[in-house]
Design a protein around this ligand. Structure first.
Ligand code: G3P
Length: 215
């Protein structure tokens, strides 16, 4: 499973890009707004920081507008992937863009049926939002498990980006489910490296080492 960062904050991406852990980045209009900058401003910078795909989302809600925006977005850098919402007009746009060789990430996926439609339209990636399904009392990770099964059964090349991740448990479950990618917010990514027993074990090693010097 590849690790992407789910943020439009360039400083946060820089910190992790240096560690070589992060392959790609996903953004959306809310994340860009939270960064305090514009999409036109942040996407080129993000594209230089990571080697893999960087998702930038369209604002239009009609097929023609989405296609127009997508063609402009991919001019920014070779690793731009165009994020398109899973609505009827979005699926039409994905079909056109896929025929042009433009990579897409179909976003706001909340059901197996939506995932299948996006894959059949030609989406390169699909993004199920697991945290938001949990928010309404459903099991978001179960959707990822089911999507992996279905995509394998029908031999679909579309890759699954588990999105709207809120915890380490989410990361573990989508990894076990076989998600191709987990896009992880910075706060959760920072938590992943820590384990109480690692800190405790390291403290004990250092203590024993210091004691051994005094013998
Ligand atoms: O990648 C999708 C993500 O940004 C949405 O996360 O926590 O707002 O549901 P959240």
């Amino acid at each position: 499973m590849k690790i992407f960062m789910d943020t439009a904050n360039v400083d946060e991406i820089k910190e992790f890009a240096d560690q070589g852990i992060v392959y790609g980045v996903t953004t959306n209009p809310s994340l860009v707004a939270r960064s305090g900058r514009t999409q036109a401003d942040v996407i080129p910078e993000i594209c230089r920081l990571v080697p893999g795909p960087v998702s930038a989302e369209v604002i239009s809600q009609d097929c023609e507008g989405m296609v127009r925006e997508a063609r402009e977005l991919v001019k920014i850098a070779a690793n731009v992937v165009v994020k398109i919402p899973c609505i009827t007009e979005g699926l039409k746009a994905i079909k056109i863009l896929s025929a042009e060789g433009i990579r897409t990430n179909c976003t706001l996926i909340f059901s197996l049926a939506q995932a299948m439609l996006a894959a059949r339209a030609g989406a390169t990636y699909v993004s199920p939002f697991i945290g938001r399904l949990d928010d309404i009392g459903e099991d978001g990770c179960k959707l990822v498990e089911d999507m992996v099964k279905v995509f394998r059964t029908y031999n679909l090349p579309t890759q699954i980006i588990a999105a709207s991740i809120r915890s380490r448990a989410h990361v573990d479950r989508v990894m076990l489910a076989g998600a191709d990618i987990a896009t992880i917010p910075t706060k959760v990514l920072k938590e992943l490296v820590h384990h109480e027993l690692t800190d405790k074990g390291l403290a004990k090693f250092m203590e024993d080492y210091q004691n051994s010097l005094q013998k």
